[in-house]
Design a protein around this ligand. Sequence first.
Ligand code: SF4
Ligand code: SF4
Length: 241
Amino acid sequence: MIVFKDVCVGCGRCQPYCPAGAIHFEDCKSAVDQEICYECGTCLRSEICPVDAIREPANVYEYPRALRKYFSDPTSTHAVTGIQGRGTEESKTNDVTLRCGPGDVGIAIEIGRPTLGMGLRDIQKITRALACNGIHEIEPNNPINSMILDPQTGDLIPELLDERVLSAIIEMQVKKERLAEILRVIKQVIPELDSVFTLDVATMLEPGLTVPSDVLKAIESEGFSWRPNAKINMGLGRVTE
Ligand code: SF4
Ligand code: SF4
């Protein structure tokens, strides 16, 4: 995002709207730090500027900077997935697709949140750790997959590494038996990450709405604490047979 200095009247109203803290005063006008800005569009969507000085520059869609917008602006459509958001739609539609069945678990590794954001180098730390341990199950439609240069090493395309986004997510689906092994690898790389981190394990509930004990055992055996959570997209319906 940019602020047109000639138009800005220096009221400062836009600055609290930036979750990244990227807007600051420069010569009594607001300016956007282009390194910190992850192109989430919040400042523009707020319509707080009384003189329309906040504008989206043309280069916001230029590669690799476009990744900032695709990963950070919830209203943008990701060029790789064709949907809005950082991941695939699968994790939100399993009630309908039943793609992740009783013998499977979905794993999502989420890094970054507003205010902190994250650098894509952190993604590489995880893709490298997974690849080095023979784990190659990142979802084909997950945008991270298209950023991997070498699946054997987990290296990302080098020109992407300095990009910054609000958050990113690595999604996988594996057999339950592999959950503990994968959590162990993820745990090893956590101390190297330079942002906040959330680990999701998705599983089908058993009759009585209980979480499968083998899934809980794998989580706890690797030293993770857990709490149940649900993400339900209203209106999608549910397969009943
Ligand atoms: S686009 Fe987002 S990160 Fe960039 S200046 Fe606006 S609010 Fe801040
Ligand atoms: S709200 Fe508009 S006029 Fe006020 S400081 Fe921000 S860009 Fe400038």
